[in-house]
Design a protein. Structure first.
Length: 338
């Protein structure tokens, strides 16, 4: 049985291709273009990176990952559904939808968010504890109720409607009521009244994710390569060997590899300007080239999973399909439309 290389690159097929320099996609990404040309497409129903990673790890039926448990130690590990991660957001609500809007990463927003969360902790101290983990990330411990594990990762939710998950949370009524009370507290907070007068978005809600119990692996042989702090911490907590992406050339040909890069997703979801062309060049050098080197020199299979409705799969026989015409992200998208 051949080993498997899974490249999880969410956002790759959602790039604004018209913004790239002429000929860049055809000439500067040879390894990626080989994957596009030699792969076969397979329908995919998993369009969030968490469910893709869960599937790659063999966690059948899991749609989210227990990120919060990676920050919990000691006896508290025995209460997995009492812990979540959270960030402040602006929830843009109207009659028919509630849209998750990110807050720009700057000192003013960070300071305002910290004040609101500290006051939230004081007001709801009988219901929960809130602990800052740095960089705008907080850990919540619920004292009297459990939380739903239906919430996707914050990055997956930016720019999306939250209605589906709000409805699902109603199945855990004490949690749903607490969440509503917190939103009302935030809405009325003096910080938000001041922000409205200065034209800033109110910090009127929290996005939660990462509830659930850590999976158990008896004999896990997957190598994990990623630079994301939460994913690396999760890998540590479930005893998965992991390395940074710049060590991808050290992949072992006899072990399955899971390679995760969230840089394109982060750039697409960011409120600041990001140079996508530079990010693609970095991906070419750090991910696509070393993955193709191992693929060509071994009996490994390679799968590109971009949180898209299609996955791309290369088997050991794919390396002999030199008769196939070259492709790049533009021609791949055109062929898909046809």
């Amino acid at each position: 049985m051949s080993t498997q290389i899974d490249l999880v690159i969410p956002g790759l097929f959602n790039l604004p291709l018209e913004e790239f320099a002429p000929n860049f996609l055809a000439s500067n990404l040879p390894a990626l273009n080989q994957i596009l040309a030699y792969s076969n497409s397979m329908p995919n129903v998993q369009t969030d990176f968490e469910s893709i990673i869960a599937d790659s790890l063999g966690l059948t039926g899991s749609q989210t990952l227990p990120f919060a448990q990676a920050y919990v130690e000691g006896e508290a590990v025995e209460e997995p559904h009492r812990y979540l991660l959270c960030r402040t957001i602006h929830l843009k609500a109207d009659m028919h939808s509630a849209l998750v809007v990110p807050l720009e990463s700057n000192r003013a927003n960070e300071d305002d968010s910290s004040i609101i969360l500290e006051d939230l902790q004081a007001f709801f101290r009988d219901d929960c504890d809130l602990t800052s983990l740095g960089s705008g990330l907080w850990l919540m411990r619920l004292k009297h109720c459990g939380a739903s594990d239906c919430y996707p990762h914050y990055l997956s939710m930016i720019g999306r409607k939250a209605n589906q998950f709000i409805e699902q949370s109603k199945q855990a009524l004490p949690w749903y009521q607490l969440m509503n009370e917190m939103q009302m507290f935030m809405h009325q907070h003096s910080i938000n009244q001041n922000r409205l007068t200065t034209g800033l978005l109110p910090i009127n809600s929290l996005w939660f994710w990462g509830a659930g119990q850590k999976p158990k692996f008896d004999d896990n042989k997957v190598q994990w390569f990623c630079d994301d702090a939460q994913l690396s911490r999760l890998a540590d907590s479930i005893n998965i060997d992991h390395q940074p992406l710049n060590q991808l050339s050290q992949m072992k040909s006899d072990e399955n590899s899971l390679v995760i890069d969230l840089s394109l997703l982060e750039a697409l979801k960011s409120s600041s300007s990001e140079d996508l062309q530079v990010k693609l060049e970095v991906l070419e050098e750090t991910v696509f080239k070393p993955a193709m080197v191992l693929f060509r020199s071994s009996r490994a299979s390679l799968q590109l999973r971009a949180a898209h409705h299609l996955d791309l799969i290369m088997t050991p026989l794919s390396k002999y399909k030199i008769w196939r015409s070259s492709k790049n992200l533009i021609s791949f998208g055109q062929a898909e439309m046809e």
